[in-house]
Write a protein that binds this ligand. Structure first.
Ligand code: HEM
Length: 165
């Protein structure tokens, strides 16, 4: 990916995927943000057969909440889980982790069909914004999460924007 100041836009080489994969730290930051805040905090399933959960049998037909937010804050997997630490997604830290420890797009046959598109879109948007401005949270504004079908901020997220020199 190359930025052209005269055109004021990014151009991509033949494979956009190759370009975006060259942004490993940005990917780690996005993943850590999705772990910490879990944009889809829970999903639901109806059990199709009797299923043992924690030593108890839940009968077929039971509605089950899979709380992605809790999976992403499981203290067994995520030390100091409220801390924002993109290094959790360095290959040497991530490779030994269960593939089901980090599931912002769910997992299995009904997982998110838009996940690659979403990751590319977030990377492009962030790269374009951060190329021009610096962002930091307004220290006078407290961000409060509201867990609904998707994770929201109760009173917006206020950021201070300064032009990059
Ligand atoms: C950060 C962005 C996104 C997140 C966190 C996300 C997350 C999820 C999750 C957790 C599910 C599973 C729901 C379930 O199992 O009940 C899902 C399903 C789905 N997502 Fe996404 N998604 C995102 C973006 C997108 C985009 C951009 C598209 C389309 C372009 C998309 C299309 C879908 C569709 C069609 C399903 C249903 C798949 C099925 O039921 O077989 N998502 N998404």
């Amino acid at each position: 990916m190359t930025f052209h100041p005269t055109l004021n836009k990014f151009t991509f080489s033949t494979s956009i995927r190759d370009d975006l994969n060259k942004l490993p730290y940005l990917t780690m930051v996005i993943k850590e943000a999705m772990r910490l805040h879990s944009p889809v905090p829970f999903i639901q399933r109806i059990l199709t057969s009797d299923t043992e959960i924690d030593g108890k049998i839940a009968p077929a037909g039971t509605a089950v909440n899979c709380v992605i937010y809790n999976i992403h804050h499981n203290p067994v997997t995520w030390e100091d889980s409220m801390k924002f630490d993109p290094d959790r997604f360095l290959p040497e830290n991530a490779d030994s982790r269960s593939p089901y420890a980090f599931v912002p797009f769910s997992a299995g046959p009904r997982n998110c069909i838009g996940q690659n598109f979403a990751m590319h879109e977030i990377k492009i948007a962030l790269a374009r914004i951060l190329h021009k401005v610096n962002l930091r949270l307004d220290p006078n504004h407290k961000v409060e999460k509201v867990e609904s079908l998707i994770m929201r901020a109760k009173n917006d997220i206020q950021v201070l924007v300064t032009k990059r020199s």
